[in-house]
Design a protein around this ligand. Structure first.
Ligand SMILES: Cc1ncc(COP(=O)(O)O)c(C=O)c1O
Length: 444
């Protein structure tokens, strides 16, 4: 169904305001001028501004007109991301959102408000969630090749909290956590918070060096191995079955637990079985709905073997209890009615189209990426220091992440990570061409 005409105008203005193209304080056309300009009825123009005002993006001032509002605090973008440049392209963080997702949320909130037992959402729920909600996630996980009981699933505030819960359960300060030499930055933050000793495992574009991991486990008492086997962040690899079996064998041989992060796994259309399926007694699985649904939802889950359940539930209770009831109701509603599956399909197609754009714009450069992921790892020339490159790009209004954010050991490669999901797709090619030009202009 096509959205009504006013929606397209609302979305266009909202995107321009959020990106900074229309900075705070900009006076917008009068209702009458907008109606004329867009060839819509005056009532439609009024509705556009009413909706933008309801979203907190504009404010009407009696007798003066409608202005882009000054937004304060964390308003979708962190203050550090709100650079004072006319057009900001954020390639530093993936915020994939499909068109019309705001409407999906409105609809879901209306359904929640008018059906079922709303009061139940205000009552305390068990840490890790009610069994019926955990069962919805367990059913969803069957589609990922994970066959588990609802009791083994704990619902959390995003994958990050799931990872926190697993690390609290498995480790004590001083324990050794093996992790890819380039990995998701959030694991570094948690390792620091929990006093863990990070042991980097060398990586290649095809996966971690498993011989090196085996040697590490022989040499040191590795408690757990954090790994992203399917659509790695930042390198995009998908480990084949043989590599997965080897990982499972290493964990079994050395008595360590695998922590499998499946946050981006939905982007691979036909992955080999997850580690959890190969070694359910030695694996904890964490993932969430940040990348396939929305990062602001903060919904995630951990799947744990029986022996760890009681301790994990206790650690969740000690920390932040898990996913709030209202968020759980939204998330499980979308999991059960097929919305998540539809969004995942959309994301796979969107990510593949964005990778095509990136391949064309960056042809000939040192690019490592999965064909349907939202991430590009861009190797730089020796004279192009990542921090200089990031600064030169920031001056151009393009934000990227430098390799040091992902490096878990002393060696930081000359590279930047490009997150492709956030800029509007029709602008991505232009942004990447500007990025390429700015990098190539850095003098040797
Ligand atoms: C590999 C990986 N794991 C976990 C997370 C955290 O996800 P969440 O927002 O669900 O906490 C991210 C977020 O970028 C990620 O890239």
């Amino acid at each position: 169904m096509r959205p009504p005409a006013y929606k397209a105008i609302v979305d266009e203005y909202a995107a321009a305001i959020r990106s900074g193209a229309l900075p705070a304080g900009t006076r917008l056309p009068t209702h009458r001028a907008l109606a004329r300009e867009r060839r819509v009825a005056l009532a439609t123009a009024t509705r556009v501004y009413a909706e933008l005002a309801a979203a907190g993006l504009v404010v009407g001032e009696q007798g003066r007109g409608t202005f882009v509002r000054v937004r304060s605090g964390y308003d979708g973008i962190e203050p550090s991301r709100a650079l004072p440049v006319p057009r900001l392209a954020d390639l530093s963080f993936n915020q994939p959102l499909a068109p019309g997702q705001g409407d999906l949320l409105r609809q879901a909130l209306r359904t929640l408000a008018t059906s079922g037992d709303a009061e139940a959402l205000l009552r305390q729920h068990p840490p890790g969630g009610h069994r019926h909600d955990r069962a919805v996630v367990a059913t969803y996980l069957l589609g990922r090749g994970i066959d588990t009981a609802p009791e083994n699933v704990l619902l959390t505030s995003g994958a990050q909290q799931a990872l926190d819960c697993v690390l609290r359960t498995l480790t004590r300060p001083g324990d050794v956590l093996a992790v890819d030499a380039l990995s998701y930055p959030g694991v570094k933050l948690l390792a620091r918070a929990h006093g863990l000793d990070l042991a980097p495992v060398p990586v290649t574009p095809a996966g971690p060096d498993l011989d090196a991991l085996d040697r590490l486990c022989r040499a040191r008492p590795v408690r757990a191995v954090y790994t992203i086997p399917t659509v790695h962040n930042p390198l995009g690899w998908v480990l084949d079955r043989r590599q997965r079996e080897r990982l499972a064998a290493i964990a079994a041989a050395h008595g360590c637990t695998l922590i499998e992060d499946g946050t981006y796994a939905f982007l691979e259309p036909s992955p080999p079985p997850p580690l959890y399926a190969l070694a359910p007694d030695h694996t904890c699985y964490v993932a969430g709905l940040s990348k396939n649904v929305a990062p602001g939802l903060r919904f995630g889950f951990a799947v744990l073997p029986n022996r760890l359940l009681q301790a994990a539930t206790g650690s969740l209770r000690a920390a932040a209890w898990g996913s709030p009831g209202l968020v759980t109701a939204l998330a499980t509603g979308w999991l059960a009615d097929g919305t998540v599956a539809r969004l995942e399909l959309h994301r796979r197609e969107d990510a593949a189209a964005r990778q095509d754009i990136a391949r064309a714009a960056l042809a000939g450069l040192d690019v490592t990426a999965h064909p349907s992921s939202y991430v590009v790892w861009l190797g730089l020339e020796p004279h192009q220091r990542p921090d200089h490159v990031a600064a030169a790009l920031a001056a151009e209004g393009i934000l990227v992440s430098t390799a040091d954010a992902f490096a878990t050991g002393p060696h930081t490669p000359h590279a930047v990570r490009l997150a492709l999901a956030t800029p509007p797709r029709h602008e991505l090619g232009d942004v990447l061409r500007r990025l390429r030009k700015a990098i190539e202009e850095i003098p040797p």
